[in-house]
Write a protein that binds this ligand. Sequence first.
Ligand SMILES: CC(C)(COP(=O)(O)OP(=O)(O)OC[C@H]1O[C@@H](n2cnc3c(N)ncnc32)[C@H](O)[C@@H]1OP(=O)(O)O)[C@@H](O)C(=O)NCCC(=O)NCCS
Length: 124
Amino acid sequence: MPNQSDLVIRVVAMPADTNSSGDIFGGWLLSQMDLAAWVVARKLTPHRLVTVAMDSVVFHKPVYVGDCLLCYATVERIGRTSITIHIQAHAERARGGEEVAVTEGRITMVALDENRNPVPIAEA
Ligand SMILES: CC(C)(COP(=O)(O)OP(=O)(O)OC[C@H]1O[C@@H](n2cnc3c(N)ncnc32)[C@H](O)[C@@H]1OP(=O)(O)O)[C@@H](O)C(=O)NCCC(=O)NCCS
């Protein structure tokens, strides 16, 4: 099981990703983290995956328009039907290029069969 932290998403925070105050919207960040978890989980099972939980999400620092968002993923647990992945999101600042940890959280995805019932991860 891979347990090192892999860079799985690198994307630019755009003006369209801001809230009404002009700050990068937390929901956008969470969706990037959700995608990052899926990118990793899809390699571990042939089945459709859904997110069942996002836990321990902490927004440490803001992300600004023009920053690059980097999502690092670590597989924490492979259960019977679920996979839990820790995502650490960093911002590579547009000004200066410094990389800072901005958000982290634990995402659990469940493998489903054709009837949308949980199915063992490795069962084809
Ligand atoms: C995913 C879903 C099928 C799970 O149904 P369920 O009745 O909880 O299924 P189970 O109790 O059999 O649990 C399945 C797995 O999920 C895990 N799980 C369930 N709830 C969890 C939670 N809150 N946190 C972490 N893991 C959880 C269980 O531990 C189990 O894992 P394991 O087999 O590796 O031990 C159901 O909750 C669902 O369809 N949710 C909606 C998913 C979705 O639409 N996501 C997108 C949101 S926009």
